[in-house]
Write a protein that binds this ligand. Structure first.
Ligand SMILES: Cc1cc2nc3c(=O)[nH]c(=O)nc-3n(C[C@H](O)[C@H](O)[C@H](O)COP(=O)(O)OP(=O)(O)OC[C@H]3O[C@@H](n4cnc5c(N)ncnc54)[C@H](O)[C@@H]3O)c2cc1C
Length: 397
């Protein structure tokens, strides 16, 4: 078997990369270990409406509900309301991730990509240290697939980068452990995604409530692995649901547990190799949202890979156009938000309350670092010291 490109992982990052490479004429294969694309769902299913401008998904079948904005609650329940335009990567639509992922895969196939399900990549084939293909296992059969380019789109647990010698290890302070219920019979009919912050509610993370149509909502928690003991995410989530009048009569129709990388991105390119999506650590370190970057980064990767195939040049030099591309598109934001995450880790609940108090009446024109700092410092000048590292970054990013 020989392909120009083998994409390991049929999640959003893999499908979008496959699509754009195939559109440029590359012969592309997606290998996916699951038996169904997008299933089981491991996601809060919130995504920014800016994806409308990218035209990557046809129709509306993948949309569960359309959001008008987000509300962020501090530990004392002070509320900051943001419109969908400024609320970040997770607020715009709540989607059906299984349908969403399958729609992206459909577009990849339409462009000419092939998909092999129930197929797990188990290693890289190398000759004289040069990547020549992928070893896979399908049921009990093991075989090799030759390829010029391997794309690691294998999510948070990515092995492809590691096999190529890239350090993809995550520190406990750079990993969120998550649990989520999809609850039915809840009273969350308005079009706002809610976020609850606080060291006691969700240490190093937050609780989210994303309405998903009539009476249904995704209610989840992410806490930093460095703060969590076994089962703690679920315990804190259960406690929150029990105390919330809108949620406590709800019953679960789905439960999931997963992890999100909240580190800085890793090296994403080597000769014959590209990493995309969660495998590249392209997740927003503050919110844990990764979907928009899968789409944006996947498109850049696919186009660059397509060019490499056209030129039959698979060197790091050619593929680096992808790394430059994603750095220009969202690299600065990831760097800035990683710095903000680090600052937030040192904040106590009192500081979260002060932050929310500063921002609750603020009219955000844009959610820039500068506008945030201005709002904060006007009301609580003592916050200035805590936010000093951000001042420098706001000039850089
Ligand atoms: C609880 C939770 C809630 C989240 N909520 C949101 C949210 O609301 N909004 C948002 O934007 N982001 C959210 N995220 C993050 C988002 O889900 C990820 O950023 C996104 O799924 C990354 O897409 P991906 O294609 O990189 O990886 P994935 O979607 O993880 O896809 C990777 C694929 O690779 C396959 N695979 C892995 N290893 C192999 C192998 N060896 N061989 C073959 N196949 C393999 C897997 O089966 C999987 O299908 C959430 C994550 C979690 C865990």
């Amino acid at each position: 078997m020989k392909y120009d490109v083998v994409v390991v992982g049929g999640g959003p990052a893999g499908s979008v990369t496959a699509r754009f490479a195939a559109e440029k004429g590359a012969k592309v294969l997606i290998v996916e270990r699951r038996q169904e694309i997008g299933v089981p769902v491991l996601c809060g299913e919130g995504i920014s409406r800016k994806i409308d401008d990218w035209g990557m998904l046809e129709g509306k079948r993948w949309i569960a509900s359309t959001m008008e904005g987000a509300r962020i609650y501090s530990p004392d329940k002070t509320c900051v309301t943001l419109s969908a335009d400024v609320a970040g990567n997770e607020t715009g639509y709540v989607v059906y991730r299984d349908i969403f992922d399958q729609e992206l895969a459909r577009r990849a196939v339409k462009a000419g990509a092939e998909i092999m399900l129930n197929t797990t990549a188990t290693g890289l084939i190398k000759k004289d240290n040069e990547i020549k293909g992928v070893k896979v296992k399908q049921f009990n059969e093991e075989f090799e697939i030759q390829t010029d380019i391997v794309v690691g789109a294998d999510g948070v647990e990515s092995k492809v980068g590691e096999w190529a010698g890239i350090n993809t290890c995550l520190k406990p302070t750079d990993l969120e452990t998550c649990a989520q219920y999809t609850l039915t019979n809840v009273e969350c009919s308005d079009a706002y995604c809610d976020f609850y912050l606080g060291k006691e509610i969700a240490p190093g993370g937050y609780i989210w409530v994303f309405p998903k149509g009539k009476d249904v909502a995704n209610v989840g928690i992410g806490i930093l692995a460095s703060f969590s003991e076994s089962g703690m995410a679920k315990k804190l989530l259960d406690k929150f649901i029990e105390s919330d009048h809108r949620l406590k009569k709800g019953e679960p129709v789905r439960f999931l547990a997963g992890a999100v990388p909240v580190s800085l991105p890793v090296e994403t390119v080597r000769d014959h190799l590209v990493l995309v999506g969660d495998a590249a650590r392209h997740v927003d370190p503050i919110t844990g949202g990764g979907l928009t970057h899968c789409l944006e980064g996947g498109k850049i990767a696919g186009e660059v890979i397509g060019e490499a195939v056209e030129k039959q040049d698979f060197t790091k030099e050619i593929l680096m156009k992808y790394e430059t591309g994603w750095k220009n598109a969202f690299g600065g934001k990831l760097k800035r938000n990683y710095a903000v995450k680090e600052i937030m880790l040192d904040m106590d609940d009192k500081t979260f309350n002060m932050l929310a108090d500063s921002l609750k009446d603020y009219k955000f024109e844009e959610l820039s670092t500068y506008s945030l700092i201005k709002a904060l410092v006007l009301k609580h000048p003592t916050l200035l010291m805590k936010l000093k590292p951000l001042m420098k970054m706001s000039k850089e990013v």
